[in-house]
Write a protein of this length. Structure first.
Length: 180
């Protein structure tokens, strides 16, 4: 059993701190989802209670104007607070952690492969083995630059819409980028 666990640890390549942070984020997310389910069940029970009332009581209650001297407390209950913030915080951390981990894992590899490919093309062009027409590349870039900029802006907006808790997302990205 211990040997299997160590093999899993080698494959995952996460430190104890990262695993603890991930577990905490998962627990916060699950607590938020639990709060949402709790709210949904309370709302469903309230609707069933109103539907079970006799018609004369229901119309009398609904048609009665609200008394302006009575103030409803604006304090959120614990499940409302947990559900709205728990899901945002937990899922933002998990999403940003995954992005950070993928960046750390693949960014160096892709940067090295790209540098090697560009260097190979430049050397082949320099020694007249293969002619790389950089004017065509520059023309293509000039025509597509606006589209690329627009798509990058849209991608940024989508990411920040789906990762609403930017502080938690930053922390998750940072923890994902950490080495052991």
């Amino acid at each position: 059993m211990g040997e299997e666990y160590s093999n899993v640890r080698r494959v995952a390549a996460l430190s104890n701190f990262q695993i603890t942070a991930l577990m905490l984020a998962i627990l916060v997310s699950l607590a938020g989802v639990g709060g949402l389910v709790w709210q949904w069940m309370d709302r469903k029970d309230d609707q069933q209670q109103v539907a079970a009332m006799p018609d004369d009581v229901r119309t009398a209650v609904q048609d009665t104007p609200a008394d302006p001297s009575v103030h409803v407390s604006e304090v959120e209950s614990w499940n409302q607070w947990l559900s709205t913030r728990g899901v945002k915080i937990g899922l933002s951390f998990l999403g940003a952690f995954a992005i950070g981990y993928l960046f750390r894992t693949f960014l160096k590899t892709m940067a090295i492969l790209t540098a090697m490919a560009v260097t190979a093309l430049l050397l082949l062009s320099y020694f007249n083995v293969y002619n790389v027409d950089f004017t065509a590349v520059q023309e293509k870039w000039e025509t597509n630059r606006e589209w690329v900029t627009t798509q990058a802006t849209k991608l940024k907006d989508v990411v920040w819409t789906y990762l609403p808790s930017s502080t938690t997302a930053f922390v998750g990205f940072f923890v994902g980028m950490l080495r052991r």
